[in-house]
Design a protein around this ligand. Structure first.
Ligand code: FE2
Length: 195
């Protein structure tokens, strides 16, 4: 069997399990952690996510995002992100749950807590909570209001699976946070997803 058909079968099985774990309501932190455990199994076979089928981005783009799977209603959207050293993603929320599982390389995830009361439009004050080095065998589970920033260090591209409760293309209410100025604004999707 080819890598592509093996991968397809594994993705179908993993997403079926994950939909069952998630249940009908918005998943709790415990359930998103459980989803992450299942996603980590899918991330373990490096050959399914290799450069041959999912080429690294051009140096000036620094990120290639591939859609791997989504439901017809754009829920349970799974992407493979290939990112180059030097890539950073500003602190942001998702407005849906998310799970990130490493295939190859380390994605630094900086987690923040919001310390203002959200009452002033455009204002947001964040405090750094912790930084996770998400490498193979590891991941991070996020609830809709959790805030993280991503940073790629090192010398080689990284490959990570990113799974969201809803596809990024449908998330219009996400916020990007400007740490230095204590501001927030709607977040753009960044690079176009490759399909
Ligand atoms: Fe994110």
């Amino acid at each position: 069997m080819s890598y592509a058909s093996e991968r397809q079968q594994a993705v179908t099985a993993a997403l079926a399990d994950i939909r069952e774990i998630a249940g009908a309501a918005s998943p709790t932190r415990e359930r998103v952690e459980h989803i992450l455990t299942r996603l980590l199994e899918l991330a373990r076979t490096e050959a399914w996510w290799a450069d041959r089928e999912f080429p690294a981005p051009l140096a000036e783009e620094r990120q290639a995002r591939y859609l791997i799977s989504e439901q017809p209603d754009q829920s349970f959207a799974l992407y493979l992100n290939v990112m180059l050293p030097g890539k950073t993603i500003t602190p942001h929320n998702h407005t849906t749950w998310a799970a990130i599982a490493a295939v190859e390389g380390v994605e630094f995830n900086h987690l923040y807590r919001r310390i203002d009361d959200g009452s002033q439009s455009g204002v947001a004050v964040l405090e750094h909570a912790r930084t996770l080095e998400v490498g193979p065998g590891q991941g991070v589970a996020l609830l809709p209001d959790d805030i993280h920033a991503v940073e790629i260090r090192g010398e080689t591209p990284i490959r990570h699976l990113h799974l969201y409760g809803r596809s990024l293309e449908t998330l219009t209410g996400r916020l990007a946070f400007d740490l230095e100025h204590g501001r927030c604004a709607p977040m753009a999707i960044g690079v176009a997803t490759r399909r």
